[in-house]
Design a protein. Structure first.
Length: 394
């Protein structure tokens, strides 16, 4: 079974099984050439109560406001109202009043493998610098900085680079935390089952979330990082034991970190980290979704995920972490964490006080990422090209 042609360029990033991985349960995927039409109003859950008997927090619709070429990441910048969208093919675009402008064009430099390309974008809290996560022709990960005045990006420099042993599991998420530092997601380097043991190895950045001050030469390690000064450990590491943390976000009210870690061949998971609690081990590859994976690997003090679901359930294949809703336009969604699945198409909302019990509130086909505006309102991106504004259903 092959993924739909529209999804071929990214499906391996977001699916748990790839050609390089060992045999296992293959998640259901659309057949080649099958048409999957995105919907501008994708909510399918009626108000009231779900089949579980739990109240549905809100019925949502996803209103298309623009189209892009394989959009995979979203950001906003202090000082302007533009919405910035990263296209996997290599361009960062700004959307203002319905018009698009190319800010950075890496299309001639990015690798075009299934799990490669332009993968992440973030702006410095001051708005003066722009950061992109992308892979070059050799498959190497770059986190690159540009000075940015709202119109032009210049003064390009690499903040850090990471060789990738395989073409998959590149991570790619960039986000500035409430502490003003840049957090960088890196997958375990790829291959099936973490063959190099990177997830539990503190001597490599692979399989980690890093935390740095990018305004150094080339960057500065915060002195309170959890592994600073520890022999054999890379001081940039903030969290470890991750397989492919494709998307993560900070709760703008509490500072808590929510991490969507794409699973291997049985379980998808979301991890929750209370604000400032660095140094946590999320268990890969001793565990997958809180279940034993490689019994020969020790994962001391592994923290269990707060959300898990099995691959193949309703066609599920890859978790897409979103945001805790802190906007004002959808009162019923307040204090709920929004997340979805790339293949299954559902979007669920889970109360932060009880995240294991998420309830479907809508659908987006080939969901690739979520975004959050200055006002706390949410957006969703589809690999098919749509940028959607999340609204309460009328």
């Amino acid at each position: 079974m092959r993924p739909a042609l529209a999804a071929i360029a990214l499906v391996a990033v977001l699916t748990a099984c790839s050609a390089s991985q060992p045999a296992g349960r293959e998640p259901a995927r659309p057949e080649a050439g099958q048409s999957v039409r995105p919907s501008a109003e994708a909510a399918t859950t009626a108000p009231g109560r779900a089949a579980s008997g739990r109240p549905v927090p809100a019925r949502l619709e996803f209103a298309e406001i623009a189209r892009f070429d394989k959009p995979v990441a979203f950001a906003v910048r202090e000082g302007d109202e533009a919405l910035y969208v990263a296209e996997q093919s290599g361009r960062l675009r700004a959307l203002v009043d319905g018009r698009q402008q190319v800010i950075v064009d890496l299309s001639g430099e990015v690798s075009d493998g299934n799990e490669q390309g332009l993968l992440g974008v973030a702006f410095h809290p001051t708005g003066r610098w722009l950061y992109l996560d992308w892979t070059d022709a050799a498959g190497r990960t770059h986190v690159t900085e540009w000075a940015f005045d709202g119109r032009r990006a210049g003064g390009r420099r690499d903040v850090l680079t990471q060789d990738q042993p395989y073409a998959n599991h590149n991570g790619g998420q960039l986000a500035f935390g409430p502490d003003g530092y840049l957090y960088i997601g890196l997958g375990d380097g790829g291959g099936g089952g973490d063959p190099q043991g990177n997830g539990q190895n503190l001597g490599t950045w692979l399989g980690k979330i890093l935390r740095i001050d990018p305004r150094g030469t080339p960057y500065r390690v915060p002195p309170d990082n959890p592994f600073t000064g520890r022999g054999g450990a890379r001081p940039e590491i903030w969290a470890y034991g991750l397989r492919n943390p494709w998307r993560f976000s900070f709760d703008r009210r509490t500072g808590d970190l929510w991490i969507g870690d794409v699973g291997q061949n049985a379980w998808e998971e979301v991890d929750h980290e209370p604000s400032g609690k660095g140094g946590r081990n999320y268990g890969w590859n001793a565990f997958e979704g809180g279940h034993p994976f490689d019994t020969g690997v020790r994962a001391a003090g592994a923290v269990k995920p707060v959300i898990t679901y099995p691959l193949g359930q309703d066609g599920a294949c890859s978790v897409i972490a979103g945001h805790v809703y802190r906007g004002a336009r959808i009162p019923g969604l307040a204090g709920h964490f929004l997340y979805g699945d790339f293949c299954a198409g559902w979007v669920k909302a889970a109360p932060v006080s009880d995240p294991a019990h998420g309830i479907e509130v809508g659908r987006v086909e080939q969901l690739s990422s979520f975004g959050q505006g200055h006002d706390g309102e949410l957006y969703a991106l589809s690999l098919q090209g749509g940028l959607y504004q999340v609204r309460a259903a009328s």
